[in-house]
Design a protein around this ligand. Structure first.
Ligand code: MG
Ligand code: ZN
Length: 225
């Protein structure tokens, strides 16, 4: 299996959320340009956000397995330093690109553009993006994706969604993962579903277990795939 391509961000390449409003605006303009590029190329793009350990990579691996007969899939995985995620995904036989953001804790539209263009040249028609593990600033940096999904796991505790409501407002789909752990953890999944809907009444909520595969078909449907 060939090693996945790794793109490392230059120090000034990934925009910082503390920087001026202008940078947020510049990112939004680039995201809009990305969207036009994706639409012109006939590529559907989904951005998965969520904490480290919520199961973003496992969810993407499951989706790749269930959809790779239907779409030509490419994956872009964001992480500060490692290529673990792209490595895992590439084992499923789809092109995957790792972006290392260095000090920055989110992906942004310019660096995603660079990776997406490579995948488009390889002929993909579905790109799944794994954002850097973090439930705060990815919300402020749209990438030009058609849909944003936020992944939380029941192991993150019962207040996770209430505390990070903003990111749920920025997403169209909420994935409540590790359902198989809800019994052992004593977590009420129904209450988490309600919290997600309280944060964003329009969000589609899907309960999954990436470990068993439960809910993955429902998730594909919620993503319109
Ligand atoms: Mg991951
Ligand atoms: Zn950040």
């Amino acid at each position: 299996m060939p090693k996945p391509l790794v793109i490392k961000a230059d120090d000034d390449e990934v925009l910082d959320v503390e920087l001026e409003e202008d940078f947020i605006k510049a990112n939004e303009r680039m995201a809009a340009l990305n969207r036009r590029t994706f639409d012109r190329a006939g590529v559907r793009v989904v951005d998965f956000m969520g904490s480290i350990g919520s199961g973003k990579t496992s969810i993407i691996e499951r989706l790749v397995e269930s959809l790779k007969g239907k779409y030509r899939i490419g994956v872009i995985a964001g992480d500060t330093a490692t290529d673990i995620d792209a490595e895992r995904v590439s084992r499923h036989g789809v092109p995957s690109i790792q972006i290392n953001t260095g000090r920055e804790c989110h992906l942004d539209a310019p660096i995603v553009r660079k990776a997406a263009k490579k995948l488009i040249r390889e002929g993909v028609n579905l790109i799944l993006i794994e954002n850097v593990g973090n439930l705060i600033c990815p919300a402020e940096f749209p990438l030009g994706s058609h849909l944003r999904a936020v992944v939380v796991s029941v192991t993150e505790g019962e207040y996770m969604i209430k505390k990070k409501a903003d990111i749920f407002r920025s997403a169209e789909v909420a994935v409540i993962n590790k359902k198989d752990m809800s019994g052992p953890m004593g977590i009420d999944v129904g209450a988490l579903v309600k919290d997600a809907l309280d944060a964003n009444p329009k969000i589609r909520v899907v309960v999954t277990s990436a470990r068993t595969g439960e809910g993955i078909d429902d998730l594909a449907q919620a993503l319109g795939l």
